[in-house]
Design a binder for this molecule. Structure first.
Ligand code: PEP
Length: 253
């Protein structure tokens, strides 16, 4: 299972070393088997990379929160996918709802980013999800649209070695997570839909994470479902004290 902590626009340089050392020690002590990754703000990737490099056999990888659609040039404030190669980044989040909403990222931009991530041999984590609580059929229609643009722009094999994070926007940061059975149904729908487009693709090979107010209290309700393969954690990933209990509980499944 894949457990990712997305720090968003949070964190300070002086806390990074302590966070990774403490988290890694706990993962070692409890012999954690799941795949753990942290997504710090871009400006802290360098520090995180250096700290992790100095931890022997660290099993924590790095995830980037975003890239630009350009590789270099006059694009003030941006980060290119190529720059991330310097920091041993493994996953790159694409199309997080906060970027779609606050930075006007439409499906075309998201597709371009997804394409660049794949082309540069990183693993994309494509975020999809409906903005308001809806009937499940409507939510599926919305997600289908978000997936279709990727398939159209990047080809029908796009989701090989890719990850999808299903994050109903209304559940993010709200304290109200979605119903695990509802999420399981949506994940099943996505897996089936993609394996119909790419017939050689085994639907069980596609990792789909759930994200939206996951905590120590509800993580097992999600991960015990057949089609939920991991979680993307926002708020609760900021402190080892709230993140590690989630990791430990997910490892017990
Ligand atoms: C997220 O931003 O991807 C997220 C899931 O946040 P939170 O866990 O805080 O709801």
């Amino acid at each position: 299972m894949l457990i990712i902590g997305n720090w968003k626009l949070n964190g300070r340089k002086e806390n990074i070393k302590n966070f990774f050392v403490k988290l890694n020690n706990l993962c070692e002590r409890f012999n954690i088997k799941n795949d753990i990754s942290i997504s710090p703000p871009t400006i802290y990737l360098n520090k995180s990379y250096n700290v992790l490099k100095n931890i022997n056999n660290s099993r924590i990888s790095l995830t980037a929160q975003n890239i630009d659609i350009n590789l270099s040039g006059p694009f003030t404030g941006e980060t290119s996918v190529e720059m991330l190669k310097d920091f041993n980044v493994k996953y790159i989040i694409v199309g997080h709802s906060e970027r779609r909403i606050h930075h006007n990222e439409n499906n075309e931009i998201v597709s371009k980013k997804f394409y660049l991530v794949k082309k540069n041999n990183f693993i994309p984590i494509l975020c999809v999800g409906e903005s308001k609580r809806k009937k499940i059929e409507e939510a599926k229609k919305n997600i289908k649209k978000q997936i279709d643009v990727i398939l159209k722009y990047c080809g029908k094999y796009s989701f090989r070695n890719s990850i999808i994070a299903y994050e109903p926007i209304w559940a993010i940061g709200s304290g109200f997570s979605a119903d695990p059975d509802y999420v399981n149904d949506i994940h099943f729908f996505i897996k089936n839909y993609i394996s119909k487009e790419d017939i050689f693709f085994k639907k069980n090979n596609l990792i789909i994470q759930y994200g939206g107010s996951v905590s120590e209290k509800n993580v097992q309700d999600f991960l015990s479902k057949k089609y939920i393969d991991g979680i993307l954690v926002g708020g609760c990933s900021l402190l080892v004290e709230t993140f590690f209990p989630i990791i430990k509980k997910s490892d017990a499944i």
